[in-house]
Design a protein around this ligand. Structure first.
Ligand SMILES: Nc1ncnc2c1ncn2[C@@H]1O[C@H](COP(=O)(O)OP(=O)(O)OP(=O)(O)O)[C@@H](O)[C@H]1O
Length: 258
């Protein structure tokens, strides 16, 4: 099954992938294939390795002292840990959005224009067009089209998070990683982002870490459970929540641990 999707654009494949920060592994021999152009949810108790897995994909763990890994991690069929990989180019292909929205304290426009300016040298009309396109794809354009010169920090929390999504989309990534993107938002702002993810999966692969099992059930086609750095189960979301194959999944989704 894993080899079926290996080289497809936006496909992520982990092969016996392990990660350590110290002696104990944060991820242990993970075999995991993420389907392209769909939403996959990562769930699991606190400290089970969800963020470590996300951060392994765009090599953010590399920045942490003592971090090391073993095994292979492929994006679009390429090993992201190949020495020839340009990490900044990798991070254009892999957008990431965090729990706390983190717009730059600059204008709405400049936030979204940042990547295209830096990576393609876009300017003038071409830059305006790519900013508008990213804001439209992030379902934010109508709300900010008259506020493009306002400081991004004047937007609401939900708008700031969609702005961070737009900033990532402006780099035309094939993969979007979201680490608990709605946990600081109210239900309405959360719903807007969930609807947005539903639309965005037409064009790109999305992996979302969430502590909210209802959210995983609502937004994802597949869900994977991590426990103590081990991938316990990876299945179609409706199956995982109704007929889990592993007793640890059943215990987790019924609230008996984690
Ligand atoms: N920078 C770091 N230095 C040392 N250990 C770390 C670091 N980041 C994570 N770990 C350890 O790696 C393991 C996995 O952590 P990780 O943050 O990936 O879990 P998580 O499932 O995302 O947790 P949470 O749901 O609480 O965010 C934990 O034991 C954690 O203590």
């Amino acid at each position: 099954m894993i080899t079926d999707i290996h080289g497809l654009p936006g496909a992520v494949v982990l092969e016996r992938f392990s990660a350590w920060f110290g002696a104990a592994p944060a991820l242990h021999n993970v075999d995991f294939a993420v389907r392209p152009r769909s939403v996959t949810a990562l769930i699991g108790p606190s400290g089970s390795g969800k963020s470590t897995l996300l951060r392994a994909i765009n090599r953010l763990n590399d920045e942490l002292p003592g971090a090391r890994h073993a095994g292979r991690l492929l994006l679009d069929g390429d090993n992201v840990y190949d020495p020839a990989v340009d990490v900044s180019e990798l991070r254009q292909r892999v957008g990431m959005v965090f729990q706390r929205s983190n717009p730059f304290p600059r204008s709405v426009f400049d936030n979204v224009a940042y990547g295209p300016r830096l990576n393609t040298g876009a300017a003038g009309r071409a830059l305006d067009d790519s900013v508008e396109d990213a804001l439209r794809r992030a379902a934010l354009w109508d709300e900010v089209k008259d506020r493009l010169r306002d400081n991004a920090l004047t937007l609401s929390g939900g708008q700031q998070q969609r702005l961070c999504i737009a900033r990532a989309l402006a780099n035309r990534p094939s993969l979007l990683l979201l680490d608990e993107p709605t946990s600081a938002l109210d239900p309405q702002a959360t719903q807007r982002i969930e609807e947005l993810l539903y639309d965005l999966q037409q064009d790109l692969t999305i992996i979302i870490v969430t502590h909210n099992l209802h959210q995983a059930a609502r937004v994802s086609r597949r869900t994977a459970l991590l426990v103590d750095g081990v991938l316990v189960e990876d299945a179609a979301t409706d199956l995982l929540f109704t007929r889990p194959a592993d007793s640890r999944t059943e215990a987790f989704i019924t609230g008996r641990f984690g």
